[in-house]
Write a protein that binds this ligand. Structure first.
Ligand code: BG6
Length: 514
């Protein structure tokens, strides 16, 4: 909060660590990007921090034909490039001896018989007890085949939290609209019990996101003013600098609304807007968040035109890299109408939030990587220090920075020291890494550990996934009715389309500068 705030050094081993039993983690999509960039580095960091169970195995399963040795080399590169902590040779050697690879098609029943016998063999060698976690980092269209395959091979025992357990992690997006999400939930629900299913949204594992509830409910100053009487509006922004990169196949089918808003951004909105849950029991918290989704005013018919904006990046430069226009990216259809940017205004229709707009915006190929939630309080009356109508005092803003530099800041108005009567906005700033002496763990580290411990608090429940898809599907239908043949454009490296500025400016407000 201030440069004088004492630094609090916390080592990972001082944390309260949930009990974690030895287990085998099977990653479907094991040769893919997520495994290489995020999952294996997360596991490696858990090992370095002493948080992995004493005994474990990781089996990558993928279409690509590869030996275990090749798999270890590939993921080692991922760790070198993406790990939070540097690669330490002897620790890596130990870790990599627990990594294995099985190749196979998700749709082929033999994959599952082979997986089963390989898993049993590894578990015998490493003396593991048979607890298994299946991580589905695969397209939504393959989820049903994998569940059926696991079921038929006898790998999907409905043992929930009993030992040995079987648990399944489903990576987002769960579906691409409400009917497909329902179909996935149906098949996973037939094969596994809800207590065994962990629908992951990695934003829920981010430090600032976890801190939102603490901030709101462990400090007495916020709750009394956290409502329509004091809050003017809320802005939620997730801005990314990269373009579509190597994910054209997936992104072209998804677009920013499905990729970011349906999950990450609506979850952030729920945490900002939720009523205080009466306990921290996972289901009580999830019920409270679910209420927010129920209160979201549907965006239908003409509203789609008035309160949503979608756009695509055109050719430009970010951070010295030139990016081709979206329609010219490799693997993208030259007439694509997939949005790489979306901005929208929505309302939570309950007593607390009556009339308070929530503005959401997210996009690729923007100038900064920054995600934040900004709560803007109402203007002060035009008296005392605010009598100049031409230059009103800027309102207080509480900005929660999700990344980078996780922390929060509060904008206040202060007197400028001196003999003249001058005021200026100042920021009170708090950064986790300054105060707590070590960088926050990556979201996937926390979430993988949660699954091993069987703690579902930070995962999406079936009803929440379907409620958010129901809301998003109405917007998608509205867009489809609009039938646009091309979308507004913004040059890569700029702050988004002018249409997004107009969306907020017509309400007499502006987007925050990131
Ligand atoms: C993923 C999206 O869920 O989140 C990606 O599919 C996006 O398109 C990513 O880039 C952003 O995550 P983070 O943690 O980098 O903000």
């Amino acid at each position: 909060m201030s440069p004088n705030m004492p630094r609090i050094d916390i080592s990972p081993s001082q944390e309260t660590i949930p009990p974690v039993e030895p287990c085998t983690l099977v990653i479907f999509g094991g040769s893919g990007d997520l495994a290489r960039r995020r999952l294996i580095p997360a596991l490696y960091n858990l090992l370095l921090d002493g948080l992995l169970p004493p005994n474990y195995a990781v089996i990558g399963l993928g279409r690509k034909s590869m030996t275990t040795e090749e798999f270890r080399i590939t993921v080692r590169d991922g760790v070198v490039t993406h790990s939070r902590q540097a690669l330490v040779e002897d620790r890596w050697k130990d870790f990599s001896s627990h990594l294995f690879y099985v190749s196979g098609e998700n749709e082929n029943p033999h994959t599952y018989t082979r997986l089963k016998s390989r898993a049993e063999e590894i578990e015998r060698d490493l003396q593991l007890t048979g607890n298994r976690i299946f991580y589905l980092s695969i397209p939504p269209s393959s989820v049903a085949s994998v569940c059926e395959g696991l079921d038929q091979a006898g790998l999907a025992t409905k043992l929930g939290n009993r030992i040995p357990y079987a648990r399944i992690i489903i990576e987002k997006p769960v579906g691409r609209d409400l009917p497909s999400a329902q179909a996935i939930n149906h098949v996973t629900g037939r094969v596994f019990d809800e207590s065994q299913i962990f629908r992951i949204d990695h934003y829920l594992g981010k430090e600032t996101v976890q801190n939102l509830m603490v901030l709101r409910f462990a400090n007495s100053i916020f709750e009394p003013i956290w409502n329509h009487k004091y809050i003017d509006h809320v802005q939620i922004t997730v801005s990314e600098t990269e373009g579509v990169g190597t994910r054209a196949g997936y992104y072209e089918e998804a677009g920013a609304l499905r990729d970011m808003v349906q999950n990450h951004m609506l979850q952030l909105l729920c945490l900002v807007a939720t009523e205080p849950p009466y306990s921290l029991d996972p289901d009580v918290v999830r019920n409270a968040k679910m209420e927010v989704l129920r209160c979201l005013r549907p965006i239908t018919d003409r509203d789609v035109e008035h309160v949503t904006v979608r756009a695509q990046y055109s050719e430009g430069t970010t951070h010295g890299h030139s990016i081709p226009g979206y329609r010219r990216e490799k693997g993208i259809h030259p007439d694509s109408t997939t949005e790489t940017y979306v901005a929208l205004k929505c309302f939570v229709e309950n007593w607390r939030w009556a009339g308070v707009p929530f503005y959401l915006r997210t996009g690729k190929a923007l100038p900064h990587r920054a995600s934040e939630i900004a709560v803007q309080f109402k203007d002060i009356p035009q008296i005392l220090f605010n009598t100049n109508a031409q230059q009103p005092q800027p309102p207080n803003v509480l900005a929660l920075r999700i990344q980078p530099e996780e922390g929060l800041s509060l904008r206040l108005v202060s007197r400028v020291p001196g003999t003249r009567e001058q005021t200026r906005p100042v920021e009170m700033d708090f950064q986790y890494s300054d105060v707590f002496g070590r960088p926050s763990p990556e979201a996937y580290e926390r979430l993988l550990l949660d699954v091993m411990a069987g703690d579902a608090s930070r995962f999406m429940r079936r009803d929440a996934v379907e409620a958010s898809w129901a809301w998003i599907t109405k917007i998608l239908e509205g867009w489809q009715r609009q039938g646009l043949r091309s979308l507004p454009e913004y040059p890569a490296g700029t702050c988004g389309p002018v249409e997004a500025d107009r969306l907020i400016e017509k309400d007499g407000r502006t987007w925050r500068t990131l």
